[in-house]
Design a protein around this ligand. Structure first.
Ligand SMILES: Cc1ncc(COP(=O)(O)O)c(C=O)c1O
Length: 389
């Protein structure tokens, strides 16, 4: 009953683009507002696709970042081999909107969620899910239809310690168990090392990522030796997009944040030692100056914990010199103004780079779509907002 209700509500969510009756400038948006620059997004999508095309790799972009089928469908049109969803509900949003190849990147061990996967398998060309336990495999095989033929990747852990099976023999056992189930298809492995993505030095990041992938190789050899055919080796992310492409065994990269970028990623350092700006900041938050609590020294804007993710770095203001952001509570941000900088003007709208894009996006209902002339002509629902089950 709870899953039926959750699914019914999910299906009723609007996800399609909305056109505004007339264009408005960013200054007239209901702030705090999530603003997405359409042309920058498109350049990021094409840049990643063409980079990996040139390296003979596929991309399987992670929709956990943007949480909208609109961007997932664009990624597919541009040549992605499929898209990833972190959870079953995120996958459901993508599948019901017509995305034809979706991989769920977290293990699923609840009968209710497997019931949802069984339904999704009927609605899409290709549904895949990772497993990292015998329990999970048995539940999956028992819960989906005999003819469903869900694709299965064994989630492999080398060093992150979040999900995934460690050790070659354990992975082979799981792959063989999948192979014994007539309604499951063993496709290969997933390996994601999230702890490496934000290592703040390119050379160190490179060394650690390649070392971690080297730890996957004995597992692939053991699978081959056991006669388990591996057609997919999926993993990596934005921080290692130009490193993991050198690993011959990898088939596709699960890049997510490159679509819109954020402050945390800007700070990791690119291969030339500068800020990581290989992809553009396509996403900003617009917030309004609403108070000047300490005249000339502090300015308060109408965005706090409910507008910006607060798990990592702080937001960076783009259009006000020498101001440092501090969270001022759920609804407020306080900008500490250093001497000799601009004077605050109440009612003025300022733009901020998001600290961490994924959880920031998840706080908003709509992306306001900004054209190159700075006008907003449309909005896209953050359709999978809050879908974390
Ligand atoms: C399993 C998995 N793959 C890929 C990604 C994408 O990473 P990024 O946003 O760093 O590109 C994530 C992000 O957390 C993830 O959890």
């Amino acid at each position: 009953m709870s899953y039926a209700l959750a699914l019914e509500r999910l299906k009723a969510r609007p996800w399609q683009p909305i056109e505004l009756d007339e264009p408005v400038p960013v200054t007239q948006l209901p702030t705090p507002a999530l603003v997405l620059e359409a042309a920058a997004l498109q350049r990021n999508l094409l840049r990643m696709q063409s980079f990996q095309d040139a390296h003979g790799k596929g991309i399987r972009p992670h929709a956990k970042t943007h949480k909208t089928p609109i961007i997932a469908l664009k990624q597919m049109q541009n040549g992605a081999v499929g898209v990833c969803a972190a959870k079953v509900s995120e996958a459901a949003m993508l599948v019901f909107a017509g995305v034809s190849d979706v991989l769920v990147t977290s293990p699923v061990v609840s009968a209710g969620k497997i019931g949802v996967l069984a339904e999704l398998a009927k609605h899409t060309r290709e549904l895949k899910v990772v497993v990292d336990s015998e329990v999970g495999i048995d539940m999956l095989a028992a819960g989906v239809a005999d003819e469903s033929s869900i694709g299965v990747l064994v989630d492999v852990d080398v060093s992150m310690g979040r999900t995934g099976m460690r050790g070659a023999q354990g992975v082979v056992n799981l792959a063989q168990r999948v192979g014994e189930k007539p309604n499951l298809r063993f496709l290969g492995v997933q390996h994601y090392a999230g702890q490496i993505m934000h290592v703040q030095n390119y050379d160190e990041r490179r060394q650690r990522s390649l070392e971690t992938w080297a730890g996957v190789m004995p597992i692939l050899e053991a699978l081959q030796h056991a006669g388990c055919e591996v057609s997919i080796v999926s993993g990596g992310g934005t921080g290692t997009y130009d490193i993991d492409c050198e690993v011959p065994e990898i088939t596709d990269l699960q890049v997510g944040s490159y679509t819109v970028m954020d402050r945390e990623y800007q700070m990791i350092g690119a291969s030339d030692g500068r800020e990581f700006n290989d992809f553009e900041i396509a996403l900003t938050i617009a917030a309004t100056a609403i108070s000047e609590p300490v005249p000339g020294r502090a300015m308060t804007v109408d965005g706090g914990f409910k507008a910006f993710a607060s798990d990592t770095v702080t937001p960076a203001i783009l259009d006000f010199a020498g101001a440092d952001f501090r969270f001022g509570g759920d609804e407020h941000g306080i900008l500490l103004l250093n001497k000799g900088t601009q004077q605050p003007v109440l009612g003025e709208v300022h733009r901020f780079v998001t600290p961490h894009c994924d959880p920031t996006i998840n706080l908003h209902d709509l992306y306001w779509i900004e054209d190159e002339d700075g006008m907003i002509r449309g909005a896209w629902p953050v359709a999978a907002r809050g879908l974390s089950w």
